[in-house]
Design a protein around this ligand. Sequence first.
Ligand code: ADP
Ligand code: MG
Length: 572
Amino acid sequence: MESVFIKEKNGIRNFFRMLWRAKLPYAGIVLYVAVSFGLTKVGISTTEYTAKMFAGYVDFTTIVMPFLAVTVVSLVVGEISQVINGICKATIDRNMRRTVWEKTVRLPYGYYSSDNPKELISRITTDSQQVSSLVMQVFVGGITGAYSVIMTLKKIGSYDNKLMLALLVVLPINVGIAIIVGKMQFGIGDIVNRKRAALTEQIAESAENMLLIKSVGTQMEEYEKGFGRAKVLYNKTVLNSWITSISAPAYTVSGMIQFMMIVLVGRSFYSQGAISLAEWVAYFAFANTISNYLSGYCGDWQTFKSVQGATNRISKLLLEEEEDCESGEVFVGLEGDIKFTKVSFDYDELEIFKDLSFEIPQGKITAIIGPSGSGKTTILNLLERFYVVKSGDITIGKTNISILKLKDYRKALGYVTQETTMFTGTLRENLQRDGKYSEGEMLEACEAVGLSHLVKEDPKGLDMFISEGGMNLSGGQRQRIAIAAILLKKPKYILLDEATSAVDILGKDRIFNKLKANLKGSTIVMVAHDRQSIEKADNIIVLQDGKISGTGSLSELKKSNSFVKELMEDTE
Ligand code: ADP
Ligand code: MG
């Protein structure tokens, strides 16, 4: 049992907690177990009637008719149980996916930036499915299988107790061989799967970074990496073929040994007169049934082991702390200056800010400038509450932002992130991400950011197609769209992270003029590098290595701050 849950702390508890959260279809499972139990009884009757016919009893009303009846019943009940099983599995899959997906959307942003978000895809598509195999095949199948074995053994015991014991002694031989061969097969199968995944991973990463690869000219290195993994996969696949070819005869031989054992035991009981001819035939059929069940258990054990990775990954994911968007103080609107007071913040071990304090005046444009990696984006992420501060306070007016209902708070902000991405769809959909606007309003916003040319040129206008991540647009166009969305939303507090870095000089001028004109009274916090943007700011904060090295107007800082001095000289 332990190995399924590796050696993780509380593994078993977390596993059952995961099942509990996903809400198993308990009623369906109970029904399935009940129907399977019934099926076992019908199956035993069918075998007994068959055996009687083998022994020469062919009376129509007492043997043949009941035989036909139980056969039909067992067929029908068998199909019903399969359907119930299928529905239970599908329900578990659906519930697991819902649970994992819900968790995924509730995770804080920090989770995505530290873990590989693409990994989450397989959590939902494949890993979730493993859980239903585990529950229906291993747990529930284990129970119904055990019931069949016990009932069948009991039946044999009713013929002769010693016969049952003799059977119990010889059965493990075949099972032992099946375990050894199965283990080998499972092991190599698992290796092949992992090598295939490694190949996919390599190809996916190379394909994604093709632009970079081509620009540095390392295509052939990438080819070698990809082909290297294909070669490893080839070797393991060949090995798998060998092992499979050995295992088939091994199974046959062990099956023959099993057959001989069963026959020898039954035959000796029959010739001594301990059991009748019909019982001897029935015993033979029952013994094979039990042997099949036991070999089946070995397969279940392998399923049990192969899903351990998947279930561990899911139960770990479900333990991650969620972002609480719903609780907190009801929102009555934000008003006032933004104030950081002795804010400390770390990314895991990496200290970014220690006792950082500064103010951003309301209704003005404040630029945060500083070298790369100094923490500018982090300030905006803290304002957006993507991360929680270690200590200190961030307030807007008199309100500490941490007590506000997150859902409403974020709605009140407008954030254009450093890497602007788009949803696949239309320009219209991307503009209306957080609100419904009229055609006229949207066209006006496009005009304001200098996009009217693009919209007019496309025959579909606002319904122009936007490909995955906005890849069919230029970086500047993506940034303009993101700002157009802000102009439509008109938030009181606007965070722009190098939001016009890819826009040309004239475009920048136009955008800032429009922002100022259309969003009077809004507080704009912008991270910027270029002179044009910085010149637009009323107020500048210089951030160097997580510390403030100066605040004030551009003209003041040009004199007092060496970073600003250098920056303005360089670009002059
Ligand atoms: P800037 O925007 O000023 O260029 P950032 O605020 O993005 O800088 O980053 C500040 C520092 O924090 C950098 O050293 C960066 O490597 C680190 N950092 C940023 N994001 C993360 C993250 N998600 N996890 C760990 N470290 C991060
Ligand atoms: Mg940044």
